[in-house]
Design a protein around this ligand. Structure first.
Ligand code: UDP
Length: 236
């Protein structure tokens, strides 16, 4: 498969056209941003780690029956994925209070929720990805009722499978963000990434943060934290 022209560059990834219909190549960068692009930096080898961790988790989820965009990893930083139209929603799944939820409800980080919370944000950097509800989503036609039901069902299942899987590796899944896309034949699949950039991972023994909060909050040790996640998941 040939890598053709770049069709998109985001904060953490580039996407390239290929000579195969409906397949594109994602290329992961080491660039790190936080607070909607206000804070910028790099995390050495983050692109390699996020590529491998995402693919590892997507393969696990596929086996459990969750359709994803994953096709094939072709290098340390590059993966062939199905071309999709991204549904302009970020789905946030929360098990433990942290981040913006802690601020919104005035509760300490680390408090276990009595049940899982699903939040939807409208994916628009200029607007700062505002949180929206089902009425907004249907009125703005970002997704139909059936599509949102499917996305919500997948998100809760993904939460269950990831939580179970990570528990054995002494990783607690605090919260995470998912994106879904629609293939040319209209199938909704999990897209984007599942990595320390998009999940909060806490060591279940020490409580140590093993995710992008180390960068966001200037805690230091972000490279080691990302490496530790890769080591626990892939053994390398
Ligand atoms: N998240 C993300 N991209 C975003 C916003 C959030 O990947 O644009 C992830 C984030 O890493 C965390 C979860 O979604 O695992 C919940 O994030 P939160 O709403 O608490 O916002 P934050 O405190 O990360 O700004």
């Amino acid at each position: 498969m040939k890598k053709l022209e770049q069709i998109y560059e985001g904060k953490a990834k580039k996407v390239f056209e290929t000579d195969v219909y409906d397949f594109v190549i994602v290329d992961y960068k080491d660039d790190a941003t936080a607070f909607n692009g206000e804070k910028k930096g790099t995390i050495n080898e983050k692109g390699i780690i996020n590529n491998k961790v995402t693919n590892h988790l997507m393969k696990m989820l596929e086996k459990k029956g969750i359709p994803t965009h994953f096709v094939e990893e072709i290098s340390d930083r590059e993966t062939i994925v199905k071309k999709v139209d991204i549904i302009p929603l970020e789905v946030i799944v929360r098990n433990i209070i942290a981040g913006s939820l802690a601020k919104r409800v005035g509760r300490p980080e680390g408090e276990k929720l009595s049940r899982t919370i699903l939040e939807f944000c409208y994916k628009d950097d200029d607007l700062g990805d505002p949180m929206v509800n089902q009425y907004h989503i249907f009125a703005m036609k970002w997704a139909t009722e059936n599509e949102l039901e499917l996305i919500s069902d997948y998100s809760l299942k993904i939460n269950k499978y990831l939580t179970e899987y990570l528990k054995d590796l002494n990783i607690e899944l605090i919260d995470f963000k998912l994106e879904f896309g629609k293939t040319s034949d209209g199938v909704i699949v999990l897209a984007d990434e599942i990595s320390p950039d998009t999940c909060r991972f806490w060591d279940s023994v020490t409580g140590e943060k093993l995710d992008k909060d180390r960068f966001r909050r200037d805690l230091g040790g972000e490279e080691d934290a990302y490496k530790e996640i890769m080591k626990r998941l892939l053994g390398e």
